[in-house]
Write a protein that binds this ligand. Structure first.
Ligand code: AHM
Ligand code: MG
Length: 355
């Protein structure tokens, strides 16, 4: 059976671009190499060298840095930094951008990444991932400026993610469809397994950290209440699935439909997720797959960030579901009838276990 490798696929796509120089294909190739190294390290975490646990450092986000976070950040930064395809790299783990000096042949692209998303799941063998985004340098001259580093979301050239899960998958779009590749561990090669992914217009799953209910606004609470009510005509109740790794929650949402949310709350005024490293790249991917990404008020891809580490509320997934979330957030009067809970008497039948 003939199988398409990731490199062949990227090259085929670049050929459709008149005037392409091959620099984009080289960059994608380097991203793939770095992701294979990280995948290998994630797979052997827990055996041999001690790679699990904390480094003892705190990153720019105020979060504890895991050893694998640091490993992934260093691997991507080093390999992409030496590729002669980028002039700057920004990372969720690094306070300041890495600027490639003129004597090291900087390329025309800007690379942004969350090198290891889902840090809280590293030590417990639950899927984690890398998210990346590519922009073109737009300012004149050799200096990299804020104009280059703070571009509108829809200026992305390409975006993608890698999931280190039950298998390692590489999913990307350069604006010509979202394509997924699965790593064949025996050959060490990514093969096309999910061509032209499209998200269903409506799903039946919602994904959110519901432990935060008390710190949400009433409109957000109403929306979740609505999704939980029984009404087969509108596909309800929705199922709840929450892994706590954005890449994994997003991947499920992309393939099956539904909505992932990380709203603003009283402690995180702008939500938790970062625009450049999480919301914008996944927003670029979902759009090409026929879905939507919103802050709850406006399209994620319409945002021009003012800081590299800016956070945004995120509602992402099936068009119908994101539209509905926006409607609920904008309408305080969309109140849901809450049935009063039946008080427990203490004489309830204990649940039986089946199967
Ligand atoms: P990270 O990039 O440091 O791992 O943090 C982002 C993660 C996302 O992967 C996930 O969606 C979210 O944080 C989970 O947050 P919470 O634990 O508040 O539910
Ligand atoms: Mg993350």
């Amino acid at each position: 059976m003939e199988r398409t490798t990731l490199v062949q696929h990227v090259r085929q796509q670049e050929r459709m671009n008149p005037g392409a120089t091959g620099e984009f294909t080289s960059l994608m190739n380097e991203i793939m190499v770095a992701s294979k190294i990280v995948s290998l390290e994630v797979n052997k975490a827990g055996i041999g060298e001690d790679i699990l646990g904390l480094t003892g450092k705190i990153n720019v986000q105020g979060e504890e840095v895991q050893k694998l976070d640091e490993f992934a950040d260093m691997t991507f930064t080093k390999i992409i930094g030496q590729s002669e395809t980028v002039c700057a790299i920004t990372s969720e783990e690094l306070e300041y951008p890495v600027i490639i000096p003129p004597d090291r042949n900087p390329g025309k692209y800007i690379f942004m990444m969350d090198p290891l998303d889902g840090s809280s799941n590293i030590d417990v063998n639950v899927g984690i991932g890398t998210i990346f985004s590519i922009y073109r340098k737009i300012s004149k001259g050799i200096k990299v400026t804020d104009e280059d580093l703070l571009q509108r979301g829809d200026q992305q050239i390409a975006a993608g993610y890698v999931i280190y899960g039950s298998s390692t998958m590489f999913v990307y779009t350069s604006g010509k469809g979202v394509h997924g590749f699965t790593l064949d561990p025996a050959l060490g090669e990514f093969f096309l397994s999910h061509p032209n992914i499209k998200i269903p217009k409506q799903g039946s799953t919602y994904s959110i950290n519901e432990g935060n209910t008390e710190i949400w606004c009433e409109e957000q609470k109403n929306f979740i209440q609505y999704l939980k009510e029984k009404d087969p005509a509108t596909n309800r109740p929705y199922r709840l699935r929450y892994i706590g790794t954005l890449v994994s929650d997003f991947h499920r949402t992309l393939l099956k439909g539904g909505i992932f949310m990380y709203p603003r709350d009283t402690t995180n005024k702008n939500g938790k997720l970062r625009f450049a490293f999480e919301a914008a790249p996944l927003g670029f991917i979902i759009k090409d797959a026929g879905g939507r990404a919103s802050t709850g008020e406006k399209n994620i891809l319409d945002i021009v960030p003012t800081e590299i580490h800016q956070r945004v509320p995120l509602y992402i997934g099936s068009t119908h579901d994101v539209d509905l979330a926006e409607k609920y957030l904008a309408t305080p009067s969309l109140h849901v009838e809450k049935k009063p809970a039946t008080p427990l008497t203490g004489k309830e039948k204990p649940a039986t276990q089946e199967g």
